[in-house]
Design a protein around this ligand. Structure first.
Ligand SMILES: [Zn+2]
Length: 121
């Protein structure tokens, strides 16, 4: 059964002045900026909205939800830092997929990818 959520519009950056996170696309840390005039505040205390990566070469969009306790969740999810420089393409692709699984809290899938990785010859 679908959950009905009721909300009201609040000026962006008032209840949620900063969305600081690591970009899921470019992995740069930054204060994600609003792209719309309003966020949504639910009757149960969550704040929802859209933000954009401050890196001008990226500008990735993320949808965020901050719960009543202040925990921030983004879609796509924030990824752990991972330096891709000087890594063979096959290893890079496997780790990239594992990191995406980890970010989406699919921990078993992330572990299987890492433990099952065999570099191609
Ligand atoms: Zn970015």
């Amino acid at each position: 059964m679908a959950k009905i959520v009721r909300s009201s519009a609040v000026t962006a950056n008032v209840l949620m002045p900063g969305v600081r996170m690591r970009c899921p696309a470019c992995r740069a840390n930054g204060n994600f900026e609003p792209i719309l005039q309003y966020d949504a505040a639910t009757q149960t205390g969550e704040i929802l909205g859209l933000r954009r990566c401050p890196n001008p070469t990226c500008s990735a969009l993320v949808f965020f939800v901050r719960d009543r306790a202040g925990a921030l969740q983004s879609f796509p999810a924030e990824r752990i830092d991972f330096d891709t420089k000087d890594i063979p393409q096959g290893v890079h692709d496997a780790f990239e997929e594992a990191i995406t699984c980890h970010a989406e809290q699919c921990f078993v899938a992330a572990a299987i990818i890492v433990t099952d990785f065999r570099p191609s010859r």
